[in-house]
Design a protein around this ligand. Structure first.
Ligand code: R5P
Length: 302
């Protein structure tokens, strides 16, 4: 098994965790904006066996360029005569369009998965995919979403919080709040009710908070922090109930515009994220969990 990917901390560390040789993907952009990813040292790859293509969405965020790089590289790897390709895409791009919300919209998440499969990818490993059921979303592409909340939970355990309240800023995130409480082994969880206007993107959150947060550490967890609107609404509600400290922990730090500043100004004492996307708040790593999962797959497939 070998790992191919752009040379950064993430793919390097993943290769190290898996105990495999790493081949760098060199990037070139032509003046017209087209890209040419090149696998360095390809002449030393004889019978590549199983190949892990590991690539994170980087900053400045450009999911379209990222996807084209993956598609071109997967086809290229296939031409080397490998046994299989596993794509590690820590943040699944286009996952927020997993439904046709309004007539005329594409089912982007499914179409992207089809493209990955056509490029020769056999298995997709991602982290806390925005939609559930990724395993069955694209026939022919084995897909797994590993929970990023496990790594977040382990990090919070090390902080030694006493009897915290873990809050999901919307109904869906209630399950993630519960996951964190289970890992912490103490505390309570709840979730808020959020409504998003599909046209304007504006978010409204109901004021009701069903757990007493006064004098307690509050952790607000979500899969994505993008504009920060969802988190700011939740912070504003929690603040009215005298918490001791407000900690924000998200899996994917998209952090559009002034998201970090907005969240901090709203009253977050700490804003943490995982390294599925690099950022100044990506202090929690999901690499070990990804490596563990890949090793389990390897062991089953041998
Ligand atoms: C939505 O369903 C997601 O779980 C996140 O709450 C959302 O993507 C966050 O977006 P924003 O930061 O723009 O409110």
């Amino acid at each position: 098994m070998i790992v191919i990917g752009p040379r950064d901390r993430f793919s390097d560390k993943l290769a190290e965790n898996l105990g495999c040789e790493f081949f760098e993907l060199e990037r070139k952009t032509f003046p017209d904006g087209e890209i040419r990813p090149r696998i360095l040292g390809v002449e030393n790859i004889n019978s590549p066996g199983r190949v892990i293509l590991a690539s994170r969405l980087e900053r400045p965020l450009d999911p379209n360029r990222y996807l084209v790089e993956i598609l071109l590289t997967a086809k290229n790897i296939k031409s080397l005569g490998c046994d299989s390709i596993t794509l590690v895409m820590p943040y699944m791009v286009y996952a927020r369009q997993d439904k046709i919300f309004r007539p005329g919209e594409p089912l982007s998440a499914a179409y992207i998965m089809e493209l990955l499969r056509h490029a020769g990818i056999d298995r997709l490993v991602t982290v806390s995919c925005h939609f559930s059921g990724i395993e069955t979303f694209c026939p022919g592409l084995k897909a797994t979403s590993i929970s990023g909340f496990k790594s977040i939970g382990k990090h919070l355990v090390e902080m030694g919080l006493k009897n915290p309240v873990v809050i999901g800023p919307d109904k869906k995130s209630g399950a993630w709040a519960k996951e964190i409480v289970d890992i912490l082994g103490s505390g309570e969880y709840t979730f808020l009710e959020k409504h998003r206007d599909r046209n304007s993107g504006e978010v409204q959150t109901e004021e009701t908070l069903s757990v007493d947060t006064s004098g307690r550490d509050v952790i607000i967890v979500d899969d994505i922090a993008s504009s920060g609107g969802t988190l700011v609404n939740a912070i504003n509600i929690v603040k009215k109930h005298q918490p001791k400290k407000i900690i924000i922990a998200v899996v994917h730090p998209i952090l559009s515009g002034d998201c970090i500043e907005k969240v901090r100004t709203a009253g977050a004492d700490m804003f943490l994220a995982t390294d599925t996307i690099p950022s100044e708040i990506s202090k929690i790593s999901v690499i070990e969990d990804i490596a563990r999962f890949i090793k389990t797959c390897e062991a089953k497939e041998v």
